[in-house]
Design a protein around this ligand. Structure first.
Ligand code: FHN
Length: 601
């Protein structure tokens, strides 16, 4: 029962974030200037050019590393006080043993810089209420530990020396140490709390300390908003603004305010977002140090994640969870330095770019500078012909960024074809520079999804399709285990033949293709009939069950092959999916996968 309450608390706080973002998806995730709350301004320029930042979750929870009283807690380790219901009086004793003697601010900043990161955001106070800085507001801080040093002050000095922007994470509402802070319902009674007095006595005074004592800050990364009205939140922002007018505030300050939009944990929006925004990811599955979590993302995964985010106009802030001794886990250091090596060679295609004007292709994505289009090739077409649709400008030169080697190319109407060598320079992401004159226009919105037999499979994400009737295209969040959030976008609410999903697709070549649906379908909705129509042919199918779904249990997906087609002529076609009869929601469709079928034997 307690866990359910816990879950509702988290969701109650997370949903405002999700609801705001969800609302934006109504415009299919493309937030134009008229609807978004966060506007691009001169002071967000550094943030939008930075593209890559380091998130650091470090605190008393790092001592525990996910373990308490011999029990291991899987998932976000910085929540251990809450999950193990550790009484304040017990948890506070950890301060007496916190002595990260191996902490070296210059070393951390050097790693971030060599990783190609342009800003660092570190937890000044997380939900446990412990201040990782010299605070006169509350003695529950790092100066009252054997360490007796202010790591945020030392980081501030090191960042200024290395031209790295420094930001502080601050949990402005959740504070399990304080009787009037949000979230601790095991030592205190939530309904008796006076959140306003918490803000007045701790939260706001500490935010002022951070904005007054650590030099010019790049940003304050507020988190888990709650307990304040929109007017009170605006007043908090105005107070902070007066101290540092150029300091940016994350959208998690609440009420759709803030200077840049943060999506949910580990979430990348399905389309381009035309305002300052950031995706935040853990390196393994925990923000704080979790001694038994080795699910670290590889350098190639980070490079591709960063590339995909930047191609949609955003930043990636990647987290590390330092240990109690002040060292960053070796796995994170090695990965960051490897990503940094790739950025040293290819950074021109990342930093200072804007979103890619060309729709994602089976081979990869694009980013843009005024006279250069960057092609991020993550999958080589089998025949070596890289097809780039929508290039409506005069191409002058085409070359690999990594070795400056020129490439042969041809251009006709709006399509550029580049001849690739047998081996690409980089198997994570080989960047090709297309130098051009003129102004390239956005074709990512309405361009048809390309299907080519030069790739083993082509993914048609639902965001590219047109919903009709009651069909919705919406983001869905689910979790495999505590604090580890997964996000996807699905077509939902298809309950009658008039609720359909229509894809415009371009078959690059004639050939035979297998069409596969990837969806989630609870038991009680399964065994309903669906219909896929393409090229004048009808393919009926019966949905299969993927188990049950609620936000506390994972949303499982299945791939069901529903059609085999022969395309006699390259060109545009539509693929339409709909229920056959009135009924329950047919499924939550995530994507269509089209695989070429070769009858070469
Ligand atoms: O509850 C926190 C969590 O511990 C972590 O700090 C993340 C980082 O985005 N923010 C909240 C959950 O979204």
């Amino acid at each position: 029962m307690k866990n359910l309450k816990q879950l509702f608390l988290i969701l109650a706080i997370l949903f405002p974030i999700g609801t705001y973002i969800n609302a934006q998806y109504k415009a299919k995730g493309i937030i134009d200037k008229t609807t978004s709350k966060q506007q691009e301004t001169p002071k967000t320029q550094w943030f939008q050019n930075a593209k890559f930042g380091l998130f650091i979750h470090w605190g008393l929870y790092s001592i525990l590393g996910g373990e308490w009283n011999g029990k291991r807690y899987y998932g976000s380790s910085e929540w251990i006080m809450n999950r193990a219901k550790i009484p304040v009086v017990e948890y506070s004793k950890l301060a007496q043993q916190f002595n990260p003697v191996k902490f070296n601010a210059a070393e951390w900043v050097k790693i971030a810089k060599e990783a190609g990161m342009k800003y660092i955001v570190i937890t000044a106070k997380h939900h446990d209420g412990f201040a990782m800085f010299d605070s006169k507001v509350s003695d529950f801080n790092i100066m009252h530990t054997p360490f007796h040093r202010d790591p945020l002050k030392e980081l501030s000095v090191a960042c200024q020396k290395n031209n790295i922007k420094l930001g502080f994470y601050y949990s402005q509402f959740l504070d399990w140490h304080e009787p009037n802070g949000g979230g601790n319902d095991w030592d205190f009674v939530e309904k008796n709390k006076d959140y306003k007095s918490y803000y007045q006595s701790k939260s706001i005074p500490q935010i002022k300390e951070l904005l007054s004592n650590y030099g010019p800050l790049g940003l304050i990364w507020f988190d888990m908003p709650g307990g304040l009205s929109k007017e009170e939140t605006q007043a908090l922002i105005d107070t902070a603004r007066r101290l540092q007018p150029n300091c940016l505030f994350s959208s998690r300050v609440g009420h759709g305010l803030g200077d840049f939009l943060d999506f949910g944990d580990s979430e990348v929006p399905a389309t381009v977002i035309k305002e300052p925004w950031e995706a935040i990811f853990t390196h393994n599955d925990s923000w704080g140090y979790l001694k038994f979590d080795f699910n670290f993302k590889t350098p190639s995964e980070i490079i591709r994640l960063l590339t995909n985010i930047v191609s949609k106009g955003g930043n990636l802030m990647l987290n590390v969870g330092p240990k109690a001794d002040g060292t960053i886990p070796e796995e994170s250091i090695k990965c960051l330095l490897s990503v940094g090596k790739w950025l040293k060679i290819n950074g021109k295609a990342i930093y200072g770019t804007t979103y890619g004007p060309i729709a994602p292709q089976p081979w990869g994505v694009t980013t843009l500078k005024p006279d250069k289009l960057f092609l991020h090739v993550m999958l080589r077409p089998k025949n070596g012909d890289l097809i780039v649709p929508g290039v409506n400008v005069k191409v002058k030169k085409v070359w690999f960024l990594s070795n400056m080697k020129s490439l042969n190319w041809k251009q006709n109407q709006q399509m550029l074809k580049v001849k690739l060598p047998l081996v690409l320079p980089d198997d994570a992401n080989s960047v090709i520079v297309v130098e051009y004159t003129g102004k390239i226009s956005d074709s990512y919105i309405d361009a048809p999804s390309v299907i080519s037999p030069q790739f083993n499979e082509c993914n048609l994400d639902v965001i590219k399709a047109k919903p009709t009737g009651n069909t919705k295209i919406e983001p869905i969040t689910y979790s495999f285990y505590f604090g580890v959030w997964k996000h996807t976008t699905c077509a939902t609410m298809m309950q009658s033949p008039s609720d359909s999903l229509i894809y415009n697709v371009e078959f690059a070549e004639p050939g035979d293709y297998k069409i596969i649906l990837e969806y989630s379908c609870p038991i009680e909705n399964s065994k309903q009939e669906g219909l896929l129509q393409v090229g004048g042919q009808k393919f009926y199918f019966e949905t299969l069950s993927t188990g049950n779904y609620d936000v506390s249990r994972p949303l499982m997906f299945i791939q069901q092959s529903v059609a085999m087609i022969t395309v006699r002529k390259a060109g545009l076609q539509t693929i339409k999916i709909s229920p056959v009869n009135e009924g329950k929601e047919l499924f939550k469709l995530r994507r269509i996968i089209v695989k070429p079928v070769e009858y070469k034997f």
